[in-house]
Structure formats: C-alpha cells, structure tokens
Design a protein around this ligand. Sequence first.
Ligand SMILES: Cc1nc(C(=O)O)sc1CCOP(=O)(O)O
Ligand SMILES: C=C1C=NC(C(F)(F)F)=NC1=N
Ligand SMILES: [Mg+2]
Length: 541
Amino acid sequence: MVFAKDEVDYSLYLVTDSTMLPEGTTLYSQVENALENGVSLVQLREKNVDTKKFIEEAIEIQKLCKKFEVPLIINDRIDVALAIDADGVHVGQDDMPIPMVRKLVGPDKIIGWSVGYTHEVEQLAQWGPDYVDYIGIGMVFPTNTKKNAKKSPMGPRGVARILDALENNNVDWCRTVAIGGLHPDNISRVLYQCNSLSGQRSIDGISVVSDIMAAKDAGAATKNLRDILDKGYYSFVNLQLSIKTIYDLDFSSHTKRFLEQVAKNRPLVQHITNKVHQNFGANVTLAIGSSPIMSEIKEEANDLAHIPHAALLVNTGSVAPLEVVKTAIQAYNDVKRPIVFDPVGYSATTTRIVLNDTLLASGQFTCIKGNTGEILSLAGFSGKMRGVDAHEGDFDKNLLAQATREVAFRFRTIAVCTGELDFIADGTLGGTYSLSDGTKDRVLKDLPCVVVSNGPIPLMGDITASGCSLGSTIASLLGGANSDENPFELVVAAVELYKEAGRLASLSSEGSGSFHVQLIDKLYNCFRSNPRTWAPKVETL
Ligand SMILES: Cc1nc(C(=O)O)sc1CCOP(=O)(O)O
Ligand SMILES: C=C1C=NC(C(F)(F)F)=NC1=N
Ligand SMILES: [Mg+2]
C-alpha cells in the first residue's frame, strides 16, 4: 500500500530505539502497544546494528505497521528502506543529501529531514515541493537519547521561529513535528506555544523516543500523550482563561473586588528576585495585603506552591541558581498556580539573553512583564526600525502595542510593557491549541490590548525596584484571586492600581526618598480609599 502523502497523520510520531527497552519488553512489543494506543507514524531508528539484523527488524515492524495502516519510515538507511519498500526515509543533516535521497526513493516515498536552524529552511525552500515532505524540528528540550548531539535545546520559541521561517520562505508543502525531550509534563506547553507569529501554522505533531520506548507500559505512555494531543486545551493556571477579544475593563469595580479577594485570601507571593528588590518588594506585597516570602531554597518550592493562593514572581535580576528557578517554575506550573516572569535586562548582555531564554523555555507564565527595552527585545524589535512615517508619540505607541502583542502571542501569556505608557496584551487565547492549522481564527491584531496612561511619574524612575515591585503587585492580585477571575483583568487592575498609587505618591512627595515611602502608603491605603475616586485612563487598542 502506498500512503498518499497528504493523508499522513504526523500527530504522534514514534521513533524507535532498541537500546533502552525495559526488562521483559521487545522492540516489537513496545511498537505494538504504541500502535494500539494511538501512535500515527513509526520510524525505525537503529544506529548500531548490522544490515542483516536491521532488515529482519524492519520487515517485522513493517508487518505490524501495515496491520495498523500506519506508515513506516526508516532512519538514515536508504538501502534498507528500498530493500523492504518502506513508506519513506528520515535523514539528518549529516546523512545522504536530500536530492540524492529523492532520486533513489522516487517521487511517492515520504522524505523527512532533521531541521534545527532557519538557514536549513531556506535550503528546503530552494529545493521546492518535490523533495522534503516533513521536518523534525529539534531538539526542543535536552535529551539523552540522541548521542553527541551538536545542537542545543531551542525551546518552544525556537520551534516557532522555524515555523515563521517556513512561512517567510513560502514553504507550504512541508509538514512539521517537534522532537527532543518531549514528555507529558511539557508537550502541552509545546502544543500551546508552537505557532507561527501569523497564526497560520502550528506543528503537525510531536515525535518521541524514550517516553514510549523506555516505558514499562508503552501503551499507557502512548495513551497519555494521545490524550494531551487530542485535548486542545492547556489549563496551566486555575484562573478563568478567556478567548474574548474585548473586555469590559471597569477599573474601580474590578480593583475593589480583586483587593477584597487579596484581603480575604492573603496570597503567599514567593519572590525569586534581585537583592535590591527584595526588601521593597516585600513591603509592597505587605502593603497590598499579601504575604511575601523571599525563598531561593530549591527543596522549598514544592511546599510553597501547594500553599493555597500561592503565586511565584521570578525576577531574573537575581543571581539565584538556574536549577532553583527552574524547580520553582515547574512546581508552580504543576499545581496550576500563577507565575509572573520579569526578564530583567533582556538583551543587555548575551549572558542575560541566554539565561532568560532558558527560563522562558522552562515553563508557562501567566504574565511576562518587562520595560520597553526588554519587551522590544523579547519581540525581536530591538534596533529594527519600523518605518518613520508616524511621529514620535504614535510611533512608540503602535510599536509598543505591536511588541506587547507579539510577546503575548509568542509565549501565550499576559504581556506587560511598562514605561510612560503601560501596555497589557492577552495572548492566552483561552488556553486553546490545535495541531497544524495554527490559531487561524485569532491573529495578533485580535489580541486584547490596553494602554494605561496616567501621565508621567518621573519619580518612578528615580527609586529602586519600582518596576520589579509592579511584579509583586501583579503576582499579589493573580495569587489572591478566586479561580473564576480572568488573568487579563487582574493584570490590568494591578497595573492601574500601581500606576495610580505612583501618581498619588508623586503629588505628595518632595523627592525620591519620600516618594519611596509615599508609594507604600498609597498602596497600603488603596484598601481604604474608594477606588471610584481613582480614574487612570485605560484605552483599548
Ligand atoms: C532522534 C532525535 N533527533 C533529535 C533532533 O534534535 O533532531 S532529538 C532526538 C532524540 C529524541 O529522543 P527523546 O524523545 O527520548 O528525547
Ligand atoms: C534525528 C531525527 C529528528 N527528527 C525526527 C523526526 F521527528 F522523526 F522527524 N527523526 C529523527 N531521527
Ligand atoms: Mg541521522
């Protein structure tokens, strides 16, 4: 049987490995259990076996695949693929060049190629539609399965960039699977975040080796992955994610309700943050009615995350060891508690870019908050001029709104861009994801985005940790909220509250010293004065 190429289901692609089989299992039994539970494509990958043995295995596995009407792909060995008339081959960058492979296997066979860089997509585009049918994009996360791997983990954002490259090079014929360290605890995030910026493309599937091949119960492992793939919804935080495009943002009533919830639920806000912010952030958190804990103890994160209404603030200005931060992010994601991420100094140095990119790839954040420079860099705008027709004000405003929406869309988060104007965009799309067809019905310009303007508060820039402490405020409202509240509304209210407190503080202080104190006072009093008297200007973009 020859599979029509456009009918191949790439959703759950098993790549075999007979060097990691648990006691009492065989290559055949693992593949059979996987096929029975939803694997949609199989690749026989053997790095160190003699050709005779490989052929015997291939014939055996081919019979199994035919029984389940699933195509069989052979890794690397074109000769073996031809010998058994397999449905296709997969080659890596160091294997036989693609044009030769196509010449040998003919036009009907499936050809897969390992891709890790955008220049490889450009090569793919040059060959055109008759060569590569799908690409394995990896590695997404660290993996021990691929020995001497020369590539470093690219994270979901790296996969999304390859999807962008496919679009930018008009490669619409090629399907995509993500591969590398994929397991039940991270594929929801991969499916959720791996979209091209245009929303036209998401990955067509995921590919796993050890999650199934090393599983004692390969059937159960497969079913677990299958269920997540078919779910189409990632509930990463126990708040009410929404797919709304326009919110009725009634600052005074929302903020009053949110602060009442903070007072009632007294959220624990764990700060992993820089030394300068720790003291002021703790005081801001207390002023609002939450209870701060500045903890960088790896073993503690899981206990803290389980405390009701806990929230995590990660501010990468800190020098906390990477493993401590990653453990905390994983712990709060596991219990669906909100995490606010503040990529301090993003783009200032390569070290900070690598550190922040590693952490951004390690979890799902409810909110990513940065200043103008950080958000522009995260969106990849830094230094890129976008036309000069608009005058300074609008130019910044449109650019910043665009950058904030791009960060929100790329990381599926509530993105906050702070500055003279504060921009907030909701890229969560209600937690929904789907294979292959991206977010077609929702694109960047549809994302809810507001700008909070309260007039300049110059003193904000003259005190330490003013931006960092907005993170404490956002984490407090997200942490204190009841589960039926919407994170976008909570974040907008937190920004308005903080901005309004800053404005009031600047009216009643004569310098940065008293401003520091006044800011705490105004936040502290926000419970007591009637927010209705506050009127920050919120404009929906
Ligand atoms: C076969 C392979 N190729 C990769 C690439 O990055 O191209 S990573 C990989 C191994 C993936 O194994 P596991 O699912 O056990 O992490
Ligand atoms: C190195 C590889 C990379 N990707 C893939 C797949 F996911 F199948 F595309 N298979 C491989 N053997
Ligand atoms: Mg190879």
